[in-house]
Write a protein that binds this ligand. Structure first.
Ligand SMILES: [Zn+2]
Length: 468
């Protein structure tokens, strides 16, 4: 019998955690890295993949995605092995049998909004408990799009901390919004409590001050705070909704801001013109994946769906995108923990491509790129066998084509999920906590996918304080 189920032969292996950078063969047994040595005997392998000229990194862990519809295909194509969904809850599990392409998926569940009366502690605890028993690792506060009051928001953060549930926040309350003031407010609302601040770059759009001043102030507010974890993404387009309510306004407050930023009136007419002009991009489906539609095609789809479409606007400032990705503290650690995509079904899964552009530009070293796209995510999600390629690590590997600046292959648990743009994977693994295990296990057994249990109290959001 072959000793290795798979040998990845002749590629450059870069693993910052284990300080490895060189040409090695990687032997895989039972989905784990069994050997990383200069030359393995091919005779001992069931399958060999020749990776001369390619670079192998620990699999990309995307710490901010939206796993709906075609999202898993789309992120697998760009090298993502593991993704944290920001808010879909058990919908992820329900779609998994049909949509899974072999990736590891972790998810949060949206709570709120509570825009009026402050919910009681019991009420909030009940919602957090529902999220957790439904397999989520914690909750997402939608803030910006559909805000709660500051008091309600603080209560959600506090209650999540009490039971060590994960808690992420798209900043903004009824008093602020999805901008610098919302970010500063979020830091205050957290107080001493732990909090994941979602997509830091997206609040620094120059709505309050000059964008560069906003970046300085925003990063200074979070720098060195050990109760906060965060990510930022490298796309200029955002993600929001095109839906209008009976009051004739977009239901998302972010969308209202986006129309204003483009100089459009905040009403149906303004939206129609924005889409027609290409300022507002409507998500349609083509070839089983999401595409952006503008012009008449965009307007038609938006109307055909009674305005209920996902949309993007080109509102992120390059200064913020760039600096939130590369800025470091005096001690050499990054101010923002990780680079994410905030993609998935929104076609802006550019973390690898744009991240490698930063490497080419020498704004990040390759080691730093890998740290921010994989190693950081592993500690954020208590995935101790991921984020590195030491012996015993999960054989989750993103194969990079540095020449083209892209991911060439996505390998998860020693199985090829994607190679050169073609998807081969099926099923996958849902990552949950002890509180969600019963629910996820039942679904996994009924539908033939795998699951894994992690512990929120072991995640960076709760362990950062102990770090140096
Ligand atoms: Zn998001």
């Amino acid at each position: 019998m072959a000793k290795y189920q798979l040998v990845l032969h002749g590629g450059r292996v870069v693993d910052p955690l284990n300080k490895i950078d060189g040409v090695y063969d990687v032997g895989v047994v039972d989905g784990k890295v069994a050997e990383v040595t200069p030359a393995l005997s091919g005779a001992e392998a069931k399958e060999i993949i020749d990776l001369h000229g390619y670079t192998l990194m620990p699999g990309v862990i995307d710490t901010h995605t939206h796993i709906r519809g075609p999202a898993q295909r789309m992120i697998a194509k760009v090298g993502v092995c593991t993704a944290l969904d920001m808010g879909a809850g058990e919908q992820v599990v329900q779609e998994f049998p049909e949509r899974g392409v072999g990736l590891n998926i972790v998810y949060l569940k949206t709570v709120g909004p509570w825009a009026g009366e402050i919910p009681s502690e019991t009420e909030v605890a009940k919602h957090i408990d529902q999220a957790m028993t439904g397999g989520a690792i914690g909750v997402k506060i939608v803030g910006g799009h559909n805000p709660s009051t500051p008091a309600a928001t603080a209560r959600i953060i506090e209650m999540a901390n009490r039971t060590k549930a994960y808690v992420a926040f798209h900043v903004g309350t009824t008093e602020t919004g999805s901008h610098l003031k919302g970010l500063l407010e979020a830091v205050e609302l957290a107080g001493e409590n732990s909090l994941h601040i979602a997509h830091v770059n997206s609040y620094l759009r120059g709505l309050i001050k000059d964008p560069l001043d906003e970046v300085r102030e925003g990063l200074a507010a979070i720098e060195g705070k050990k109760n906060l974890v965060h990510e930022s993404y490298l796309a200029i387009i955002n993600g929001t909704g095109g839906r209008f309510g009976p009051d004739g306004l977009p239901t998302s407050h972010v969308t209202r801001l986006n129309l204003k930023m483009g100089g459009y009136s905040v009403d149906m007419k303004g939206m129609e013109q924005a889409i027609f002009d290409g300022w507002g991009m409507v998500q349609g489906l083509e070839g089983g994946e999401t595409v952006m539609l503008t012009g008449q095609a965009g307007v038609d789809l938006w109307k055909a769906r009674n305005t209920n479409v996902s949309m993007s606007f080109p509102v992120n400032q390059p200064q913020a995108t760039f600096l939130t990705a590369v800025r470091k503290q005096k001690n050499g650690k990054f101010v923002v923990d990780a680079i994410s995509t905030d993609g998935g079904s929104t076609p802006r899964n550019v973390a690898v491509e744009h991240g490698l552009a930063l490497v080419r530009y020498k704004a990040l070293t390759l080691n730093e790129f890998i740290w921010k796209l994989s190693t950081a995510g592993a500690s954020m999600l208590d995935l101790k066998d991921k984020g590195h390629l030491g012996v015993g690590a999960d054989a989750d590997i993103t194969v990079l084509d540095l020449e083209r600046g892209k991911a060439a292959m996505t390998i998860v648990g020693g199985k090829v999920v994607m190679a050169h743009g073609v998807i081969y994977g099926k099923g996958g693994t849902i990552v949950t906590t002890p509180r969600g295990e019963a629910y996820v296990k039942a679904a996994a057994e009924a539908n033939g996918f795998k699951y894994q249990v992690v512990h929120p109290e072991e995640m960076l959001i709760y362990t950062k304080r102990q770090g140096a």
